[in-house]
Design a protein around this ligand. Structure first.
Ligand SMILES: Nc1ncnc2c1ncn2[C@@H]1O[C@H](COP(=O)(O)OP(=O)(O)O)[C@@H](O)[C@H]1O
Ligand SMILES: C[C@@](O)(CCOP(=O)(O)O)CC(=O)O
Ligand SMILES: [Mg+2]
Length: 386
């Protein structure tokens, strides 16, 4: 039996970083996915290793299950139905297992993903041999939530073949989990995100699990139904950055200037709530849509100004803002910032020719542009006999 899981990436329309400090944020799933396949060897295959194949990078890792048991003797006693956090001590032991694999210098960022894998796998399946293959359509470390899509798809695949979840294996094609199972998938994924992000708000794993569009505050999600067409140009500045370091930087600034930062976070909270209200309000005609788009654009620009206050913008992001402003497009960073991806709102009445010109100007700067579908399904799984 083999299971495949796929989980989407996301864009944050408003509220990144502030959401870590209790403000509201608004996020939507995008139609770019991370895929995980999980296969338990048959006795005939006589394999006693846990194998992880990161196909896009051409990297394969393998641990004898006995070695994992020696290094992590406690981890398999986890109650799968109630996830808890990975302790610092366990994380240190896992780091030794990761180090043995000699991840190439150019891919060191993957170490936290590999640690997350080892912890989630052994917590849910103990010391059982398996082969796990990962592929992703998402750029890693770019603000589109690759870390959450990885944790959610991994959590879904692992739980799908665990005793804690009951599923219909005979179903063909992609299928969704029931509500209580989704909750468990999301909880495990959040614990995984903690290993990668340090202090995640939970918005990324939640939108990747449930899909569509959500409003999120202090761990609570409210589903949003869009009442207007929403088209965003996503520009990847290709400047690498790390969410954990950026989140920590904002926290340090919050300690230094607590009153000023709490006003910034409060302003972001108002922006996210207003943005969500606009997206949800009914529209009667094209004029109403144009008015709503103008308000959304203004709110995105205000949010970007506040992200700059938090210290998470970057020269490459400012270049995208300047370039798109020539065509009157509103732009803000999405995700952790510091480089990574930037969103520009494409109004409904904007001509395709202008969009093409903006894209070619941005690509001439060395950036990469894409227009992703917004608001699709969350995590799904599919079974195949093998
Ligand atoms: N497909 C994947 N395989 C292995 N690790 C992954 C994968 N996707 C994400 N990760 C982990 O997540 C990290 C990127 O997460 P992060 O810095 O939060 O950026 P983002 O979530 O915006 O892409 C990677 O460096 C890696 O450790
Ligand atoms: C900055 C933050 O708000 C979003 C991070 O998203 P990403 O990992 O850059 O895709 C952090 C969080 O909410 O956990
Ligand atoms: Mg992330």
């Amino acid at each position: 039996m083999e299971v495949r899981a796929r989980a989407p990436g996301k864009i944050i329309l408003a509220g990144e970083h502030a959401v870590v400090h209790g403000s509201t944020a608004v996020a939507a799933a995008i139609d770019l996915y991370t895929y995980i396949s999980l296969h338990f060897p048959t006795p005939a295959e006589n394999d006693d290793a846990l194998k992880l194949h990161l196909k896009d990078m051409g990297l394969e890792f393998s641990w004898p299950v006995g070695r994992i048991k020696d290094v992590l003797p406690e981890v398999s006693s986890h109650d799968v139905s109630s996830p808890s956090s990975c302790s610092l001590e366990t994380l240190k032991a896992i780091a030794a297992l990761v180090e043995e694999q000699n991840i190439p210098e150019a891919n060191v960022g993957l170490a936290s993903g590999v640690s997350t894998f080892l912890w989630m796998y052994s917590s849910i399946h103990g010391y059982k041999p398996a082969k796990v293959v990962v592929t992703s359509e998402l750029p890693l470390g770019s603000g589109l939530g690759s870390s959450a899509a990885f944790c959610v798809s991994l959590s879904a695949a692992l739980l799908a073949l665990s005793d804690s979840v009951k599923l219909d294996f005979s179903n063909q094609g992609w299928q969704m989990f029931a509500e209580t199972e989704l909750e468990l998938v999301n909880k495990w994924a959040f614990e995984g995100e903690k290993i990668i992000h340090g202090k995640p708000s939970g918005i990324d794993n939640t939108v990747s699990t449930y899909g569509n569009m959500i409003k999120f505050k202090s761990g609570e999600m409210v589903r949003i139904k869009t009442n207007m067409p929403l088209k965003m140009l996503i520009t990847n500045t290709k400047v690498g950055r790390n969410t954990k370091a950026l989140v920590a930087g904002v926290s340090e600034r919050t300690v230094r200037h607590s009153n000023a930062m709490s006003s910034v976070f409060n302003a972001v909270d108002c922006i996210s709530n207003e943005l969500a209200a606009i997206i949800q309000s009914p529209v009667s005609d094209d004029l109403a849509i144009t008015e709503k788009e103008e308000k959304l654009g203004e709110l995105m620009e205000m949010n970007q100004g506040l992200l700059q206050c938090m210290g998470v913008s970057h020269a490459s992001i400012e270049t995208v803002i300047r370039t798109t402003l020539k065509y009157k497009l509103a732009t803000k960073l999405t995700g952790a910032g510091g480089g990574g991806c930037v969103l520009s709102l494409l109004p409904t009445l904007l001509s395709g020719t202008v969009v093409d010109i903006v894209i070619s100007e941005l690509e001439a700067c060395g950036f990469q542009c894409l227009i992703a579908g917004i608001g699709g399904n969350g995590v799904e799984i599919s079974f195949s006999p093998s």
